[in-house]
Design a binder for this molecule. Sequence first.
Ligand code: TXA
Ligand code: MG
Length: 353
Amino acid sequence: MKQTIMLKVDSQQPDIKQVQVAAKIIREGGLVAFPTETVYGLGADALNSKAVLALFKAKKRPLDNPPIVHVENMKDVYTLAEHVPPSADKLMKEFWPGPLTLVFKRSKAVPDVTVADLDTVAVRMPNHAVALALIKESRCPIAAPSANLAGKPSPTSAEHVFNDLNGRIDAILDCGPTLIGVESTVLDLSAEPAMVLRPGATSLEALKKVLGDVKLHPFVVAEKELAVEKARSPGMKHRHYAPKAPVTLVEGAVSPVMATVKSLICAYWLQDKRVGVLATAETAWAYEADVVKSLGSRRNVDGMAANLFRLLREFDEENVDVIIAESVPTEGLGLAVMNRLRKASGYHIVKAG
Ligand code: TXA
Ligand code: MG
């Protein structure tokens, strides 16, 4: 068991001394959780195999699911990637720093463990002063998956990180809740056509404006578990975002969804289950269940994205036996929210109407 230290830092004007304490840990091969604009990441020196192995171990993450490598400088992309296509220049100019991860053919500079033996590397420049300062002070690119135990919802606050990883990592830079709340969009540029491997905080609509056509990997919109093709989509087969209680996702138009949620509540109550419902501002009033939580208004998908992982974690504290979740609109960040809900449910989806 390690002693995990908490370093509180202001997210706008970070105290550089605290960041330097964290950077020294990274340079010495240690593990530091830090905020980004999306979720908290668990960082290690991306070029230090031993540190990256320790990162997988601390998270209990399967070794075949590589982390994203975070940079604070465009130059580093050219060290990490063997080939940077012209479309990447456009995307980096438009969206970096920001929640877009780009997958490139990797260079020899990247250790095998950092990319799980793939011939590609995923890179992003986060839009967060503390993350950028940490990478700069560490003087190395930082490999960072989300700072949760594998399989759990991603952490949107330092408390979430602490609850999962206290005693397993060296330090947590605490800057309060993250702004966006769902992870970056992962876009594969290593092959033609460019393809979204994970929908996220950079919307498909925004990518289309820059790239014209963008393909969605079948996994992004999958309504059931699909067979995995290792080379392109390493992380997709693993269980994700799951609260303790099993989740049933009810999909369809609002009225039939409400009717189905109500009948599921009754069915579970007959089995003496403690029932949680993840509803929206427009519908929450209509449900009588043991615990009802609202993601926020259906008209504000960004707000729903910001609340999602926190609410999934809150259900764990309420000790519900089952969770019934409503589907949400899929425009903008809604696509990422629905993808996370489907994964959280293990594709236990009921079509309403
Ligand atoms: O917003 C985010 O992306 C956060 C913050 C901390 O930056 N990070 C994050 O990392 O969500 P993680 O490890 O939880 O998710 C990384 C995703 C996984 O789905 C992984 O399979 C994929 O990126 N990935 C990593 N390297 C890849 C590669 N070479 N090819 C394809 N996908 C890759
Ligand atoms: Mg993750």
